[in-house]
Design a binder for this molecule. Structure first.
Ligand code: SF4
Length: 249
């Protein structure tokens, strides 16, 4: 592990393995792809036709016009009642040709104010986690399932997610990422159309949509701020993403 990666891990509060523990830690990372293959097979049962993933459109031509049209539609959207209480829509941010697409659940108060996903303390932790696998925030694309903030930061309601989901589907098709990182229970359950707890969804690779894009689930950084002991677990999820991106397309 590079000194820089160690520094970022320390920054997000993860103890770096040294000496004797290093061999075991490396073995664990080396074994990950084998475990992933088995998990991916198991995951196939979740992403069957009829699920949201199966309905995901294939990649579409990522023209400037296509992006601008989509952004304008979102800005003007009044499909669900959340438009009445939002300060502004939160479309998404980052490289439009990113290899990694990060998907969260919905804007919070800071995001609603700034118009950008994952800002504030949770956003800073997410940025540090991404940097730790060599991906600065500007190198990925970040979006939410909902583009408007649910009042009081309540969970998104299924009908809100249903009404909003076509925007995210089009973002996924435009970015056409090599991997998707679903951040938090709500995002993971919606994308995979399952009610399995996040503890059973993380630590494996799913295949998303007709393009079969690898999808990894991890904990929401807001949860990690409340439960720092889980940061090491989240780190193993991020290592999985790193391995997926290292593989040849
Ligand atoms: S949450 Fe989505 S569907 Fe609801 S108003 Fe905002 S953009 Fe439209």
């Amino acid at each position: 592990m590079s000194v820089r990666a160690e520094r970022y891990l320390a920054e997000i509060g993860i103890t770096v393995y040294k000496r004797r523990d290093l061999a075991a830690a490396r073995a664990s990372v080396r074994n990950a792809p084998t475990e992933l293959a088995a998990d991916a097979r198991a995951a196939g049962a979740l992403a069957q036709p009829g699920s949201l993933a199966a309905a995901q459109p294939l990649p579409i031509a990522p023209t400037h016009e296509a992006w601008e049209r989509l952004a304008a539609e979102v800005r003007a959207c009044t499909l669900c009642a959340l438009h009445k209480t939002r300060t502004q829509t939160v479309f998404g941010v980052g490289r439009r040709d990113a290899e990694l697409l990060v998907i969260g659940e919905a804007p919070g108060a800071d995001e609603d104010r700034q118009g950008e996903p994952f800002v504030g303390r949770a956003g800073q932790l997410l940025n540090a986690m991404l940097r730790a696998i060599g991906l600065p925030r500007g190198e990925v694309y970040i979006a939410n399932i909902l583009k408007c903030r649910p009042p009081g930061n309540r969970d998104p309601q299924p009908e809100e997610a249903s009404l909003c989901t076509s925007y995210l589907a089009r973002q996924i098709a435009l970015v056409n990422p090599r991997a998707i990182l679903a951040v938090g229970r709500i995002a993971a359950q919606w994308l995979l159309q399952t009610d399995s707890p996040i503890g059973r969804l993380r630590g494996r690779v799913f295949r998303y949509g007709e393009s079969g894009t690898p999808l990894v689930v991890t904990y929401h950084p807001a949860y990690l701020l409340r439960s720092p002991l889980q940061k090491a677990t989240a780190w193993t999820d991020l290592c999985m993403v790193r391995e997926l991106l290292r593989k040849k397309a």
